[in-house]
Write a protein that binds this ligand. Sequence first.
Ligand code: PMP
Length: 281
Amino acid sequence: HKVFLNGKIVPSADANISVFDRGFIFGDGLYEVMARIGGNYFYREAHLNRLRRGLKEIAIDFDVAVFEEHIPELLRVSDLEDKDSLLYMQVSRGAAPRQHSFPANVPPTAMMYAWEKSLPEIEPRHAHAVIKEEFRWSRCDIKSTSLLGNVMANQWASSQDAYETVFYRDGIVTEASHSNIFFVRDGVVYTHPANNHILWGITRQVVVELCETMGIPLKEEAIALSQITAMDEAFLTGTSTQIMALKTLGNHEYFASEPGPVTRKLQEGFLELKIRDSQAG
Ligand code: PMP
């Protein structure tokens, strides 16, 4: 891989970061992932704005435009100009003597790299998900590189041949380890409101807007754990998850062979958006 690190693009073997970097020591950093489809980044501004907001929230002084400036060159040297790919961006607070509070006058560490990845037009996988009580923190709206809770939860799913672990908090379904969750009942789509208990997924927002334009009723209302079995359909959303139908959640099965009609409709609407956006620029 070629890696952008602090203003330069270098082979990954030469991309050196201090062992005292607070990203390494504390997980004191943020990240972002976006998909390049047909020559455009899908909802690029939304991703960059989320990163800007996060940086502001945790008081890291970094201009996201620095990433933007270097993306074309990174794609060129990575031989990805004419391929679909994913881009990972990370900003940490930089290297400083170990102390918990923010150090003064330390330049942040900014890194990004891209790799070839072509997402399916419509996600063909049907997810199994397991359920677990939330054991992360209460600032899930910050896209922090401190992902131990997410990593542990996803490993727990993996060990049971499931795609995801879906969290609940105080009896309310919130989100999953690396995706957001939606439910459908009687033709109405439900998803947890964008507060500090979930990451404000870009794909989540795209689906919220898609419901609006497709005339599908949507409520940003959380679903109780006790209501999971009363739902007709459920699906997950994420940048690389796209819209993935949930076949089972815990012990409950939503469908035997084919996803429900609303999930399917949204998957088709989502595909149209991708096609439209990839032809836009
Ligand atoms: N929730 C969590 C915890 C995530 O890590 C992700 C993926 N980064 C999402 C939701 C989905 O967000 P997005 O649609 O922006 O990829």
